[in-house]
Design a protein around this ligand. Structure first.
Ligand SMILES: [Fe+2]
Length: 435
């Protein structure tokens, strides 16, 4: 009798465990007075230390890129600390997860995502143009540059199955775009916008746009808001640099987004901090394309977007404190211990090189060229960090700026003037009220 009871008990336990496993994941709801926090980590371009070595070839390569490749792992280490401490609800990565799509980089990056997810955050990724079928996937050994294995689209989905693809409620047949439902009333439309990997340009074809409309229909049935996350930019973030950054057919994409009432687009790719908006004359809908700057690029920051059904959206950037991290973790690398100086030096050398070259060609004295370069560097530092117009007031009054103003029409003049003729002065903060 006792034996039968034990058997029955075990059967009930097995049944309960089996039904618990089969039960679909309960999707939470954001209540009207609650808000959720989302981190936006753009273009981390992760490069494994396994693929590098301290050699001249690697040092020379570092000099050719805008991002600080040597410390991409350190920046993500700091992100992990921030995530553990602040416990965001969602973390999104709008592409260019890795340096040139090397398989080793993807596999290590996934391990980092696993640790971030273990804090309880929901983590979502989409590929950028660097991440797939990249014939320039490389590594450094014996002071030489070698090519290494990249990954294809299927491998991307497999590696990142726990970061969006596995829980997608709809997937586009033409691209690696998907729709995720982290909350009953807040959905994420994660768009794969690369036209032809690993070329830099972006595009969304008609079939994908139709799929996007069907996603919106699903969300409307459940009264859910949709946030779009995509690698390429929806709107031009610069008058000079937009080709291959903004999606090629942005008029069609913009029309579709207006039609379905999208308000927030989170993008990356351009590596500068910038927010642009567009209002539809037909519908009155306003879309904000928030381009978060690349994590390994000056000023080394990420975005935080909070959403509340009653208050709307609030976006702001958060700068990594590399020096504090280096100190607290007893790191011995001098570049990290005095990171503010180092990153400024790196910025002047790598990101202002083109400007220096074009100033050299001007018909000016050496002192005048120096003044112009000094002004361009200071303006560029703010420009990359998301400050324009009157935020550059100090530099507008400088000697270098006056010289630029007096020049004949040229690249450097167009570039400098473009910084003070922008939609926003502060691209690091934004409030979007609910309708
Ligand atoms: Fe990038």
């Amino acid at each position: 009798m006792k034996k039968t009871r034990v058997m029955m008990g075990m059967l009930v336990l097995i049944f309960l465990l089996a039904t618990a496993c089969l039960k679909p994941r309960e999707v939470p709801m954001i209540s009207i007075d609650e808000s959720i926090n989302m981190y936006v980590v753009a273009d981390p371009h992760y490069m494994s230390e396994k693929l590098t070595e301290d050699c001249e070839t690697f040092t020379n390569y570092l000099d050719t890129v805008d991002r600080m490749m040597k410390y991409t792992g350190v920046f993500l280490d700091i992100m992990e600390v921030e995530i553990k401490k602040n416990q965001p609800d969602i973390i999104v990565f709008p592409g260019d997860l890795t340096n040139n799509g090397s398989k080793v980089n993807h596999l290590e990056f996934e391990k980092r995502l696993k640790r971030m997810k273990s804090t309880g955050a929901k983590v979502y990724v989409v590929p950028g143009n660097h991440d797939i079928n990249n014939t320039k996937a490389l590594y450094f050994k014996d002071n030489e540059l070698h090519l290494t294995e990249s990954i294809n689209e299927d491998e991307f989905v497999e590696i990142y199955k726990n970061y969006g693809y596995g829980e997608a409620i709809s997937r586009d047949k033409n691209t690696l775009s998907y729709l995720a439902k982290p909350y009953k009333n807040l959905w994420l439309l994660m768009l794969d916008t690369t036209k032809d990997y690993p070329e830099p340009g972006g595009y969304l074809n008609r079939d994908t746009l139709n799929w996007i409309v069907s996603c919106s229909d699903m969300a409307k049935e459940e009264n859910a808001e949709i946030i779009v996350v995509m690698h390429h930019n929806l709107l031009d973030h610069s008058d000079i640099i937009w080709e291959d950054y903004t999606v090629d057919n942005n008029t069609s994409v913009l029309n579709t987004f207006h039609e379905i009432g999208i308000k927030v687009v989170l993008s990356g790719h351009i590596h500068i901090q910038d927010i642009k908006s567009h209002t539809s004359i037909e519908t009155g809908n306003t879309i904000y394309d928030i381009a978060t700057s690349s994590l390994p690029v000056y000023n080394h920051q990420y975005g935080q977007l909070s959403y509340s059904p009653s208050k709307g959206y609030d976006y702001e950037t958060r700068k990594l404190d590399v020096e504090k991290y280096a100190l607290e973790n007893n790191l011995e690398d001098e570049n990290l211990l005095s990171f503010n100086d180092y990153s400024e030096m790196f910025f002047i050398k790598n990101l202002c090189r083109k400007h220096k070259e074009s100033i050299e060609l001007l018909d000016l004295s050496d002192e005048e060229k120096q003044e112009v370069f000094k002004t361009v560097v200071e303006m560029n530092k703010k420009y990359f960090s998301g400050y324009r117009n009157e935020a550059l007031q100090e530099q507008i009054e400088s000697e270098g700026f006056k010289i630029v103003e007096s020049l004949e029409e040229c690249f450097i003049q167009e570039y400098v003037m473009g910084m003070i003729d922008d939609q926003n002065a502060d691209n690091n903060k934004l409030h979007i009220p609910i309708n």
